[in-house]
Ligand binder design. Sequence first.
Ligand SMILES: Nc1ncnc2c1ncn2[C@@H]1O[C@H](COP(=O)(O)OP(=O)(O)OP(=O)(O)O)[C@@H](O)[C@H]1O
Ligand SMILES: [Mg+2]
Length: 235
Amino acid sequence: MKQGPVLYEGKAKIVSQGETGRLIHYFKDSATAFNAQKKAEFPGKGALNLAISEVVFKALTAAQIPHHFIQRLDERSFESMSLQMIPAEVVVRNRVAGSLAQRLQEPEGALLSIPVVEFFLKNDAKGDPLVSEDILVAFYAQRQEDLQECRRLSLAVNQAVRPLFAAAQLELVDFKLEFGRDDEGRLFVADEFSPDTCRLWDVSTGEKFDKDRFRRDQGDLLEGYREVLKRLSQQ
Ligand SMILES: Nc1ncnc2c1ncn2[C@@H]1O[C@H](COP(=O)(O)OP(=O)(O)OP(=O)(O)O)[C@@H](O)[C@H]1O
Ligand SMILES: [Mg+2]
């Protein structure tokens, strides 16, 4: 496997050039929250996030949802397609939590009668603000049709992945996706799907198994992520 130069180092991963048209994503062990104001190292987190992401990407394959994951390379690296990223984070919510609870001043856990899709501008310097699809078109040069397709794919991911977690006695409260386009303009689910980027609550006790453990100092983060993988692996 040819590993080229590092193209980007983010907070969660290091992305390098792979074979032609491909990238290699290396999952780091660090966790950040509140736009990197809070940081810590969790040895083993990277491998857990990759293993959980792999389970989810395989479920997307089964549901015929296009995604960038090609193959796992080792404990903490995987190979993906190289895409032109849409500069947005697309969030799907099944219950009120996190920033939505704050914005609406409503209690965490309130059920939403339909899954809600929200777009945030992917821009750490600006604090990833909530934006409308129109703003992404009018100011950030995105195509309306692409955003509609992102929305459709995001809801399809929700439908495909919710039952997977439900079978593991975990409720998928919300999650964040990123999308990219290939040379022909086709859209693919990109990046990762892990407890860093979603909320998972135990269906009976409500115990949190995601990054909120770290954000809110509610229990051992690694123990939560290990439990997610263990339950998914038992399916
Ligand atoms: N298939 C892909 N092609 C091109 N870029 C991708 C692809 N999948 C993911 N990316 C980008 O690779 C980077 C992954 O690194 P990482 O998640 O650490 O960065 P970050 O998102 O800036 O940081 P954080 O996740 O902490 O906000 C992101 O910028 C993401 O948008
Ligand atoms: Mg990221």
